[in-house]
Design a protein around this ligand. Sequence first.
Ligand code: SF4
Length: 409
Amino acid sequence: MAIAEQEIINETKIEKQDKNAAKQILLDEAKLGLLLTEKGINYNSEEIKKFQDQFEQTSDYHRHKGVTNLTLPNGFTARYLSGYSRYTPYSLVVEEGGVVLYDDGKRLGFVTFPVTHPITEKLLSNGEKFRHIANVSEEGGISVAYSSECSLKDRGEDCLFCSINERAKDGVLNKVLIKSPKQVAEAYHLARQAGVGNFFRLTGGFVPERRELEYYIDVAEAINERYSSFYGVGIIGAPADFSVLTKYKEAGFTNISHNMEVWDKNIFAAICPGKEKRNSGWQHWVDSLEYAVEVFGQGNVHSNIVGGLAPLESTLEGIEYLASKGIVCHFSVFHPEKGTPLEGYRSPEASWHWKLLDKATDIFIHYGFTTLQMYSGPASGPHSGQVFQIKKGEFEGDRLAQYKYPSLD
Ligand code: SF4
């Protein structure tokens, strides 16, 4: 072999070793994110205040005050953190003009806090603030919860982990209980003009099926008055008649999601009594998801599981079964919410959530889903999307960049 050829081989080997080492650093940071969620962080809120977005901190929309969202030293964004704790090895210290994360005295590096997009303060034509209608994501999309209540509460059939109806009691947090299709389309237009309308997620509480379909179609039509197409997901309950799924597709939704929340049949019925009773039961949800793949295509159909409400084995079985049918089943980290029947319960330890994250992302890669599909479902996806990207080598050096949706314009 020529010397030049040998040199190229050696360089490639070193690059591979560097890439693998960087991958491990980033995967360790993903694990750290789960540990921060489990154990909380110690900090002096007065000291770190000036580094935080004041809108984030003072907004009534920020339900859990304090540090709930952090970008870690190598770029992994840890969300849904449990906030302040006195009894934790993790702490935030202000030094060298920034905020540094420590683990039991070991300096881990600088962290940053989320910044609210300025568009959220804009007014719609009827005087309503953008932020009362939609949220802007760091990935460059918007999310709309069209209703601030779930009608399942009237029957006492709310999902046991869900705090939507608790939050709805707070009029400050929920200025607009039902958002009109016109308001949603106007917010979408503003977002798209600002370059953050590259993904549109429409979700909300439970409403009778017919009204749900009409509402989603009205919203899509209102958007289509200005745009020939949009990229986004409609999060809906499993319909009685699967053929209506085609109507969502024809209206312009490119992705659809039925959030099952729990895979185990019996635990599903116990935790989500309304979803079990009002949508013809567990099997019907699964059948509808499978039907939706015929309409929307592989990887464009989504579900969600609340990670930690059922055993790991059954959760992974569900994720794998659905993936084998072309359905991306995202998952969150269960966080017991105040005022819900599960208040005071505990989520499993970080090591449990890591096993779920690690094995589920292997499944997603095995079934050939794309990075865009990892970010195109319910809002719970970001941590699995990031680990998916790390495993696929989608990072530079040892830094994971913030994912952004492809631009539509
Ligand atoms: S159906 Fe959705 S909004 Fe209603 S209680 Fe269940 S999770 Fe919450």
